[in-house]
Design a protein around this ligand. Structure first.
Ligand SMILES: [Zn+2]
Length: 502
């Protein structure tokens, strides 16, 4: 670990007065195919180490790979969704390097003949659209996983010994590489995040990966360089590896901008290297110096036939693409009568899918938004979890809204019913039953509570009868208190008005 002190970080706003940032993103998506890229091994996440291996993915002599057609199809669909050109003929290549997690001594990847090229993805940040050019989308295989045992941090430093799990070795991996994204300026961190979020949503809509960043099925490397404003040359870039959440993508860009500006201000030089992002501190630290393509001695893979996708098949795949996230957002904005800003809030809150599913389960768009952006967002925030991690389903939220609409419960009781749902007591209807939460209708109990409120508050009654109609609120409050919130306030008010006008 380096002990040399780095120049002080520059304030973010100040960075922008002297430098222009240039971001670039390399995203790896682990495909959700049933079997690996070049063998029939299973790909289940979290299986016992080294139980999903065979001579092919262990690189044993004499074994021969066969390409997974489902993975090729998934890669082409990703390319088509990104507006890429699909190669009519391309090959796999061997990327040679020696690491314990790569049993063959090379990774089967694609080099100068990627399957998809020249696409783009438009992302929106604060109402501005940024076009991200996609340089290439290619197919390769994942590596195994090193486990460093005996150290405090799980890293190799201080570890007692290391183990390798080859279950992941050979799982199909799609790499999506952007061209450098100029012109983002102060929005560079947000543009980087928005790009990864949009890409994740596209891959999810295609159904080719579960894109779980926390499990590593979507991983992002963030390239960043700074150039003095007005300079015609780009600066030297660093590559921050395996940034594993959307928030970290944004933070790593922000940090690297501040760090690099500090180095450049002090008259230093940016070293082209890979860096590691640290979730806990929001900082990056130096990794290894970056290899050049020539270090990998790429050459065409002799054991695999070239990929030559039939044009008619590609056209069929293009025609069969699902509705993509941007089109879906535009449609729902219109269907639900939202402003673009309201839609942006929904998306930023991670609530679009949940609201959409709640509407599909029968709730009105207004009710669905009210619950997910209000009460549920508050609870997720208090618990420090994502909305989607709350123990309540869209169908249950729709049921809650339905119970309110039917007058079975009011908003206050609905919140108590929600407590029960979140505590695992069942669906809203069941919780209302078991906790006795239903509102009291025009029953003897409610009539008695109304009578008691009138008798107990002669001063208020006099005011109401004397024409101060707003004073009735105090009587409604008294009835609600007696019934512990189980009465319907509008019904109570009507009953009071009837009694007091007699
Ligand atoms: Zn295998």
């Amino acid at each position: 670990m380096s002990t040399q002190t780095e120049p002080a970080l520059v304030e973010f706003d100040e960075v922008l007065t002297r430098y222009e940032p240039l971001i670039g993103l390399e995203t790896h998506v682990e495909l959700g195919t049933a079997s690996k890229m070049f063998c029939g091994c299973a790909t289940t996440f979290g299986a016992e180490p080294n139980t999903q291996t065979c001579p092919v993915c262990l690189g044993l002599p004499g074994s021969l790979p066969v390409a997974n057609a489902a993975a090729i199809e998934a890669t082409i669909r990703i390319g088509l969704a990104l507006g890429c050109r699909i190669a009519t003929w391309c090959r796999f290549a061997r990327k040679n390097y020696f690491y314990p997690d790569i049993p063959k001594g090379f990774q089967t990847s694609q080099y100068d003949e990627p399957l998809c090229t020249a696409g783009h993805l438009d992302v929106e940040v604060d109402g501005e659209t940024y076009r991200v050019e996609i340089e290439r989308v290619h197919l390769e295989e994942d590596t195994g996983k090193n486990l460093h045992v005996g150290g405090a941090t799980g890293r190799i430093h201080g570890a007692d010994h290391s183990l390798v799990d080859y279950n992941r070795a050979g799982i199909p991996l799609v790499e999506i590489v952007t061209r450098p994204i100029p012109g983002a300026g102060a929005k560079a961190p947000e543009v980087a995040r928005a790009y990864v979020a949009e890409l994740r949503d596209i891959v999810q809509a295609l159904g080719v990966s579960d894109v779980k960043m926390e499990q590593g099925s979507l991983r992002c490397d963030v390239n960043l360089s700074l150039a003095p404003i007005g300079s015609l040359e780009w600066g030297t870039r660093t590559e921050t590896k395996n940034v594993n959440s959307l928030r970290s993508v944004e933070r790593s860009v922000r940090f690297e901008m501040r760090r690099q500006a500090g180095v450049l201000d002090a008259g230093g030089r940016i070293v082209q290297e890979t860096r590691h992002f640290h979730e806990d501190t929001g900082t990056t630290s130096s990794g290894r110096s970056k290899e050049e393509a020539t270090d990998y001695r790429y050459f065409p893979e002799p054991d695999l036939v070239p990929i030559a996708p039939d044009e008619a098949w590609v056209a069929e795949l293009a025609a069969g693409l699902p509705e993509l996230p941007s089109a879906r957002r535009a449609r729902l904005t219109q269907e639900w009568g939202l402003s673009p800003t309201e839609m942006a809030w929904l998306v930023n809150a991670g609530a679009l899918g949940l609201v959409s599913d709640t509407v599909a389960a029968g709730a009105s768009p207004a009710d669905a938004r009210k619950w997910w952006l209000g009460e549920l967002a508050r609870r997720a925030n208090d618990a420090g979890v994502e909305l989607s991690d709350l123990a309540v389903t869209p169908a249950q939220v729709a049921e809650l809204a339905e119970l309110i609409a039917a007058g079975t419960i009011n908003d206050q009781l609905a919140r108590q019913a929600l407590d029960g749902v979140l505590a695992g007591e069942g669906n809203p209807g069941e919780v209302v039953q078991s906790r006795g939460l239903a509102v009291i209708g025009e029953s003897d109990e409610l009539v008695a509570a109304v009578e008691a409120a009138i008798e107990g508050n002669p001063g208020v009654v006099e005011k109401v009868r004397g024409g101060k109609v707003q004073a009735i609120g105090a009587l409604v409050g008294a009835v609600m208190k007696t019934t512990r919130g189980k009465a319907d306030a509008a019904t109570v008010k009507r009953m009071l008005e009837e009694r007091l006008s007699e």
